[in-house]
Ligand binder design. Structure first.
Ligand code: ADP
Ligand code: 5GP
Length: 206
C-alpha cells in the first residue's frame, strides 16, 4: 500500500485555497481534507462540521488541553487548529491528508512530520487578491484590510515552503497541485523504508 503523505497548503486569505481544495478532492481519489476547529463565526453558507468545527473559546482551550490538536495558531483575532485523530487515521489508511492552514501552523507541522509537503498558493497579483477578497463578499472592509496586511507579513515566510502554485486559472492550478503531490511521493525522503529494503536485498546478492 502506498504511504499517505501530509500535505500542508497555505496562502494569503482570498488566494483561493478553499476553492482549490474542494476541486482537488472532487477530481481525484486518495485525498482526505482535514476539517479544522476555529473560534471564528461561521460565514453565511458555512456549516459546522463541513468547512470547520466552530467552537467557543472554552471548547477550543479544552481541545488543546486534551492534546487533541496537532497544531493551533492565532490568526486575525481568532484561533484555528488541526484535530489530531482524523489526520492520524487517514494517514494510517494510506490517504494523502490535506491541511489548509496558515504559516505558523505549517511550520509546527513540519517539525512534527518532517516528510510533510508544504505548498503555498499565490494569487496572480496583489490587486487580484484584493479583488477576490472583496468579490467573496464575506468580510467587512475592515477585516479585508486586516487580511491584506497579514498577507504582507505572510509573504516573508514563503521560502519555508517547497513549492508555490499560482492560482490564476483554477483548473490548471488544481492539475498542477496534483502533479506536484504525485511527484513528491517519489522523493527519497518519503521512501526511506523502500530504500532500506532494497539495500538489504542487495546485500544478500552476490
Ligand atoms: P481562501 O480559501 O484562500 O481564503 P477562497 O477559496 O475563499 O480563498 O477564494 C476567494 C475568492 O476568490 C472566492 O470568491 C473564489 O470564488 C474566488 N476564486 C478562487 N479561485 C479563483 C480563480 N482561479 N479565479 C478567480 N476567482 C477565484
Ligand atoms: P478563514 O477564516 O479565511 O477560513 O481562515 C483564516 C486562515 O486560517 C487561513 O489562512 C487558513 O488557512 C487558516 N487556518 C484554517 N484552519 C487552520 C488550522 O487548523 N490551523 C492553522 N494554523 N491555520 C488554519
Amino acid at each position: 500500500m502506498r504511504k499517505g503523505i501530509l500535505i500542508v497548503v497555505s496562502g494569503f486569505s482570498g488566494a483561493g485555497k478553499g476553492t482549490l481544495m474542494k476541486k482537488l478532492v472532487q477530481e481525484y481519489d486518495n485525498y482526505a481534507l482535514s476539517i479544522s476547529a476555529t473560534t471564528r463565526n461561521p460565514r453565511p453558507g458555512e456549516e459546522n462540521g463541513r468547512e470547520y468545527f466552530f467552537l467557543k473559546k472554552e471548547e477550543f482551550k479544552q481541545k488543546i488541553a486534551e492534546n487533541g490538536l496537532i497544531e493551533y495558531a492565532r490568526y486575525c483575532d481568532n484561533y484555528y487548529g488541526t484535530p489530531r485523530a482524523y489526520v492520524e487515521k487517514q494517514l494510517a489508511d494510506g490517504k494523502d491528508v490535506i491541511l489548509e492552514i496558515e504559516i505558523q501552523g505549517a511550520l509546527k507541522v513540519k517539525k512534527q512530520y518532517p516528510d510533510a509537503l508544504l505548498l503555498f498558493v499565490m494569487p496572480p497579483s496583489a490587486e487580484e487578491l484584493r479583488r477576490r477578497l472583496e468579490g467573496r463578499g464575506t468580510e467587512t472592509q475592515d477585516v479585508i484590510d486586516k487580511r491584506m496586511h497579514r498577507a504582507r507579513e505572510e509573504a516573508e515566510g514563503i521560502e519555508e515552503y517547497e513549492y508555490i502554485v499560482v492560482n490564476d486559472d483554477l483548473d490548471v492550478c488544481v492539475r498542477e497541485l496534483h502533479e506536484i503531490i504525485t511527484a513528491a511521493h517519489n522523493t527519497p525522503l518519503r521512501n526511506k523504508d523502500f530504500i532500506e529494503k532494497m539495500r538489504k536485498e542487495l546485500e544478500g546478492e552476490k
